[in-house]
Design a protein around this ligand. Structure first.
Ligand code: PRX
Length: 572
C-alpha cells in the first residue's frame, strides 16, 4: 500500500495541518529542521538506524546512524557557536557530496544560522557573487576548494571564518582559515538548539535568472511541512526503504529531498560521491539494495545511451519506485525505464523558489508518459494568459503556470532583491516562469520556459552571467549566449562572440575561452561551442538580440525583425 493511498481522496478537504499533526507541531512552537531530522528521529527509537551510507572514490565507505548524525551535527553547531556565529548569520557549505556537507547542514540549522549550500564546482567568480549577496559570515569547505576562496578573500571583509574539514594541519593555514574534523572533534552529546520558529530563515539557495545577478532564494524552517509530506506521498518513502537521491545539495533537490525530506521521515539514504557512470551507478543500487531512486532526466538519458545490456548484468530487483525532476522527462525515457527496470520514472515538477514538489505523478495514479502529472494536494495551479495574466480554462491551451502562493515551502523573498521578488507575482499568482498546458484529466504538459535561462542537464545557467564573464576575457569584445540543443543534456551553452582588434578566431582561442569560463564560473556554464561573428545582431537601440541566435540554433522561425539594425539579419 502506498503512503498516499488514493490521490483523489487526498485532494478532498486537504489541509497542511495534517503534516503539522504528524510532526507534533503547534502554532507558535519552536521549529527547527536540524532537530526534526536527527534528535526527533532518535527520540522515536531509531537512534541506531542507519541514516547515511556514503561512498567516495575508490569505494571508500562511511556509515552514520541517526544518533551519529544527531551528535555530529551538535558538534558542528557547538564549534560554529564557539566562533561567535549567531542565528541568522549566513554559513556557506562549499563541499563535494561528503558526509560533512549533509551533517554540517543540520549543524548550521541547529544554531539558527542560515545554511547557504553552493555547488562545489563553482569557480571563484560564481562563488564571490553569491557570498557577496548573502554577506556570508563563514564558509565550510575542503582543502581542494580553499584556493578559490583565497583568490577572492580580499574582496570579502564580511567573511570571517574559513573552516576546512579535511585539513591534516601540516600545511600552513592562511588568514581566517581553521581546521575542524567532524569525526575527530570531541563529540557534543547534549546541545541547546537555537529556538527558531516556523518563520525563521533556514536555507538560502541561489538560482539564475535571465538578467542580473543570481537570486538568493530564502526559505524558512516551516518549509519542512511541505517537504515532509511530499517526500512521504510522492517519493512514497517507507520505514524499510533504502533511498538514493542523486542530486547535489548545492542545488535545491539535494537539500529538500537529499537531506530534509528523507531524514525527517527517519529513512536510510545513500550518497555516491563519484561522477556519473552507468556501471558504477547500477553497482551502487545493487550493492546497497536501493529501493527508491530520485534522479534527473539527463542521467536517465545517459543511462539509456549506455544500453540495456549493462542493466541486465546487475541485480536491480530491490528497486520499487523511481522519480525524476529538473527538466522535461521525455516519454521515451519513461517507456525505456518501464522496459528495463519494470518501473516507470514518475516525473515531478518544482523549483528552487517553490522549495517542494508542485506537480507530480503519484503511486497508484495513471502515469501518462511525457506529462508532469497533477498538482500536489493543497497546491492551486493555473494556466494564465501571458498578456492579461487571466486564467485560461481551456484544456490543452498553452499559457504560463501560476500558483497560489500559500504552501509552506514557498520562498519568503529573494535575498536583498525585493524588486525582482515582487515581479514574480501577477494578479495574486506566483509566476513560475514556465509554460504548460493542462489536459482534460488535469495533467500538466510542459511546453517550455518563458525566459532565456538555459537548463543544461537540469541545472539553470544564466546567459547574462556567462556573457559578463566572457567580456572579462581579453580577446572578447561582445558576447551573446544562448541554449543549443543536445541529445543528452537537452540544452547546452553556446556563445557567440566578436573579437577585439589583434585577436584572430581559432580553435585554440575557443578552447582558451572555454577554460576561462569553466574556471571562473563552472563546468556547467562553460560554452560547449563558441562561434565567432563579425558583429552580433542588435536592435536599433543597441540591445543584442539573443532571440535571433536562439532561433537559428533551434531551426525555428526568426519572427519579427523590424527592430533590427539594418545590416544584422544578414549574419543569421
Ligand atoms: O523550467 C523548469 C525546470 O527547472 C526549473 C527549476 O529549476 P531549479 O529552480 O533549478 O529547480 C530544479 C529542481 C527542483 C523549472 O522552472 N523543471 C523542473 N522540473 C521540471 C522542469 N521542466 C520540465 N519538467 C520537469 N519535471
Amino acid at each position: 500500500m502506498s503512503n498516499i493511498g488514493s490521490y483523489d481522496e487526498r485532494i478532498k478537504n486537504f489541509d497542511w495541518s495534517l503534516a503539522e499533526k504528524e510532526l507534533d507541531y503547534k502554532d507558535g512552537d519552536t521549529f527547527n529542521i536540524g532537530w526534526y531530522c536527527s534528535d526527533r528521529i532518535c527520540e522515536q527509537g531509531k537512534a541506531n538506524k542507519l541514516a547515511l551510507i556514503w561512498e567516495g572514490l575508490g569505494g571508500v565507505e562511511k556509515r552514520y546512524t541517526f544518533n551519529d548524525v544527531r551528535v555530529r551535527s551538535n558538534t558542528i553547531g557547538h564549534f560554529l557557536k564557539g566562533l561567535g556565529i549567531k542565528n541568522e548569520d549566513r554559513v556557506c557549505l562549499f563541499m563535494d557530496k561528503i558526509p560533512e556537507l549533509y551533517i554540517g547542514f543540520l549543524g548550521v540549522l541547529k544554531i539558527g544560522a542560515v545554511a547557504q549550500p553552493l555547488f562545489s564546482a563553482f569557480g571563484d567568480e560564481s562563488l564571490h557573487v553569491r557570498l557577496d549577496n548573502a554577506q556570508t559570515t563563514a564558509i565550510i569547505t575542503q582543502r581542494k576548494h580553499v584556493g578559490k576562496v583565497r583568490k577572492i578573500l580580499d574582496q570579502m571583509p564580511y567573511l570571517k571564518h574559513i573552516i576546512i574539514v579535511d585539513h591534516d594541519g601540516k600545511k600552513e593555514l592562511k588568514e581566517r582559515e581553521m581546521v575542524f574534523s567532524m569525526d575527530e572533534a570531541a563529540p557534543v552529546e547534549k546541545f541547546e538548539i537555537f529556538p527558531t520558529k516556523a518563520e525563521s530563515p533556514s536555507v538560502l539557495h541561489y538560482t539564475s535568472g535571465t538578467t542580473g545577478q543570481p537570486k538568493g532564494v530564502k526559505h524558512v524552517h516551516y518549509s519542512l511541512i511541505s517537504q515532509y509530506l511530499t517526500t512521504k506521498w510522492v517519493l512514497d518513502l517507507q520505514d524499510n526503504d533504502i533511498y538514493w537521491c542523486t542530486a547535489d545539495p548545492g542545488w535545491v533537490t539535494g537539500t529538500s529531498y537529499g537531506i530534509i525530506g528523507p531524514w525527517s521521515l527517519g529513512i536510510t539514504q545513500c550518497v555516491l560521491d563519484t561522477g556519473f557512470g552507468a556501471e558504477p551507478w547500477y553497482k551502487f543500487i545493487e550493492k546497497n539494495k536501493i529501493s527508491m531512486w530520485y534522479s534527473a532526466p539527463t542521467a536517465i538519458r545517459s543511462l539509456m545511451k549506455a544500453g540495456d545490456e549493462v542493466v541486465t548484468q546487475h541485480d536491480l530487483s530491490s528497486l520499487r519506485h523511481l522519480a525524476s525532476v529538473g527538466e522535461p522527462l521525455n516519454a521515451e525515457a519513461v517507456i525505456w525505464s518501464e522496459k528495463v527496470f519494470g518501473l516507470p520514472f514518475y516525473d515531478t515538477y518544482w523549483q528552487t523558489e517553490t522549495g517542494s514538489m508542485m506537480i507530480s505523478n503519484y503511486p497508484g495514479m495513471k502515469v501518462k508518459p511525457g506529462s508532469m502529472g497533477k498538482t500536489f494536494p493543497g497546491i492551486t495551479g493555473v494556466i494564465l494568459d501571458p498578456d492579461t495574466f487571466e486564467e485560461i480554462n481551456e484544456p490543452n491551451k498553452p499559457g504560463l503556470i501560476g500558483f497560489k502562493p500559500d504552501w509552506p515551502a514557498m520562498m519568503r523573498m529573494y535575498w536583498r532583491n525585493e524588486e525582482t521578488y515582487q515581479k514574480k507575482f501577477k494578479n495574486g499568482w506566483y509566476m513560475s516562469g514556465d509554460r504548460s498546458t493542462i489536459d482534460m484529466d488535469g495533467y500538466y504538459w510542459f511546453v517550455g520556459r518563458d525566459d532565456d535561462v538555459i537548463n543544461t542537464g537540469g541545472h539553470l545557467v544564466s546567459p547574462f552571467e556567462v556573457e559578463s564573464a566572457l567580456l572579462e576575457h581579453e580577446a572578447v569584445a561582445e558576447s551573446a549566449v544562448v541554449a543549443k540543443p543536445d541529445d543528452v543534456n537537452m540544452e547546452v551553452v553556446k556563445a557567440f562572440v566578436t573579437l577585439n582588434k589583434g585577436y584572430e578566431a581559432s580553435d585554440e582561442l575557443e578552447l582558451k575561452i572555454m577554460n576561462f569560463i569553466r574556471k571562473k564560473l563552472s563546468p556547467l556554464a562553460m560554452p560547449q561551442e563558441i562561434e565567432y561573428l563579425d558583429t552580433l545582431p542588435k536592435t536599433r537601440s543597441g540591445k543584442i538580440m539573443r532571440r535571433l541566435l536562439h532561433a537559428k540554433e533551434w531551426g525555428e522561425e526568426i519572427g519579427d525583425t523590424s527592430t533590427l539594425e539594418d545590416d544584422a539579419p544578414r549574419m543569421i
